[in-house]
Design a protein around this ligand. Structure first.
Ligand code: SF4
Length: 478
């Protein structure tokens, strides 16, 4: 399960944006490892460098030197499946009659095909099958008739789904978050400019101060001279649909998203996991790295409740093994778990172990981990998961297994426990997630754990009245 993208946009007063963009993409590398790109504008023309690979491999000194201009946007990307299609790597950049455009997109439109067909019928020619190009064409068309802010608003009325965008129109950098705020976007201040980024950790990397989250439905326009920004609340929505998995898994623990530090959220989720499902064992152990904050919160809550339990790092990670998801076959994935994690026998031998992780997707890793624990001499292995069971796929920009591959899609918790051969298995409740994030359940996207989505998706149930923003043909009366 993987985040597909990270976005950034920067406007500076008196120096090129390429290097700060490069550093912020480094900070966002966990959001996409297959391609990276930067597009800048020097006041006269766009400069672009987009390649497949990790940020550190994509750019060299010469590339950064050629990316002239104090304004720019950047992107890291993880593709959905199959061979990487470079035409889908971003930022997407193009020149229209209405000026040059660059777009970086995190999320997924659920009506991209419909909008593409309409635009194609009007004569627009597409070079990729990505939804970012659809947004670019729609915006370019609207810019022929409207000013920048109204054109963005019109496009927001046309596209439906999940998007946090950084956009560059000529040398003006914009940030937009979809009306339900599904994916994160923050704005920050630098000594000599302003920055928009998927996560606040990118702003920290630049020694900047995070100002706040961009609001759902809000447009932020950075001044091209780096001296300020303007904001416009373009579309209102009765509820939000923040992706709760950002706090559970995707985002960096040191990022602050929608008012909550991710690390604090994970520890609190761990505490609640103990309160809801705690079991008396000798050792509480995280699955590295994702289960670490959950396990420390869980162990702390257990100790506060008087349990005689130790928190121990009993699984060591080989940091040089590629991520298991790169392995194409099930067999290779299984072997990869063995390559990646090795138990410390003395921590496990003869002990009753609680193993804590953030999620179970296919069940392959959990099965392997329980087996590893038993091979290392654990007397009992209890598995606790800091999120509810994943029962359905994500259509909002997360690369997740298909419904057929998800172990919880058609199995009960007891059936999953049997399959992974744990002594016990428990998940965290949805209510605990909402309470931890101090929000209403209705303001979270819970599609992958309920099968009911906050957007209108063909063939799927919706968890709310579908509120499509009205398409604005004119803002003259506003
Ligand atoms: S379906 Fe799940 S992973 Fe996808 S946006 Fe919603 S909460 Fe996040």
């Amino acid at each position: 399960m993987h985040e597909k993208c990270g976005v950034v946009g920067i406007s500076l007063q008196d120096r090129d944006a390429a290097r700060p963009l490069y550093y912020s993409l480094y900070a966002l590398q966990h959001r996409g490892q297959e391609a990276a790109g930067i597009v800048t504008h020097d006041g006269f023309q766009q400069h672009s460098h987009v390649e497949t690979g990790l940020v550190g491999d994509v750019f060299d000194e010469g590339d950064l030197g050629r990316l002239n201009g104090a304004n720019g946007i950047g992107h890291v990307r993880y593709p959905t499946s199959g061979a990487l299609d470079k035409s889908c790597a971003q930022p997407f950049s193009v020149s229209f009659k209405s000026g040059s455009l660059g777009l970086s997109h995190n999320g997924n439109l659920v009506n991209a095909d419909e909008v593409r067909d309409e635009l194609a019928a009007l004569g627009h020619a597409f070079t990729s099958d990505g939804d970012t190009e659809v947004i670019a064409h729609d915006l370019a068309r609207n810019l022929l008739e409207e000013d920048l802010v109204r054109a963005v608003r019109r496009t927001m009325g046309r596209i439906h789904g999940s998007y946090s965008l950084t956009i560059m129109h000529d040398d003006t950098v914009l940030g937009v978050r979809d009306p339900k705020g599904n994916r994160p976007l923050v704005i920050g201040e630098l000594e000599d400019g302003y920055v928009l980024a998927s996560e606040s950790a990118a702003i920290d990397t630049l020694d900047g101060e995070t100002i706040r989250d961009v609001e759902p439905g809000e447009l932020v326009v950075l001044h091209p001279d780096g001296t300020g920004y303007d904001t416009y609340q373009l579309v209102d929505s009765d509820s939000t649909a923040h992706c709760f998995f950002e706090h559970v898994y995707f985002a960096r623990p040191d990022s602050n998203i929608d008012g909550t530090l991710v690390y604090d959220a994970r520890r609190e989720l761990g505490r609640r996991l103990y309160e809801e499902t705690g079991i008396d064992t000798d050792v509480v152990m995280p699955v590295p790295d994702s289960g670490r904050a959950f396990a420390s919160g869980y162990a702390e809550a257990a100790q506060d409740a008087g349990a005689d339990v130790n928190f121990a790092e009993g699984l060591m990670k080989n940091r040089y093994v590629g991520r298991t998801f790169i392995m194409p076959t099930q067999d290779e994935r299984e072997r990869a778990v063995r390559l990646k994690l090795n138990p410390i026998k003395t921590t496990v031998e003869g002990k009753r172990v609680t193993l804590i992780d953030d999620s179970i997707v296919r069940g392959t890793t959990s099965t392997q981990l329980v087996e590893l624990m038993r091979d290392a001499g654990a007397e009992e292995v209890h598995v606790r998961i800091g999120a509810p069971p994943i029962v359905a796929p994500c259509y909002m920009g997360i690369d997740m297994a298909t419904r057929e591959e998800l172990i919880a899609a058609d199995k009960s918790v007891e059936e999953i426990r049997e399959e992974i051969k744990a002594d016990s298995l428990s998940y965290l409740s949805i209510d605990a997630i909402a309470a931890t994030l101090e929000t209403e359940r209705d303001d979270l996207c819970l599609g992958c754990v309920t099968g009911e989505y906050p957007y209108d998706i063909d063939g799927e149930a919706t968890d709310r009245e579908v509120e499509r923003p009205v398409i604005q043909s004119s803002l003259a009366d506003d």
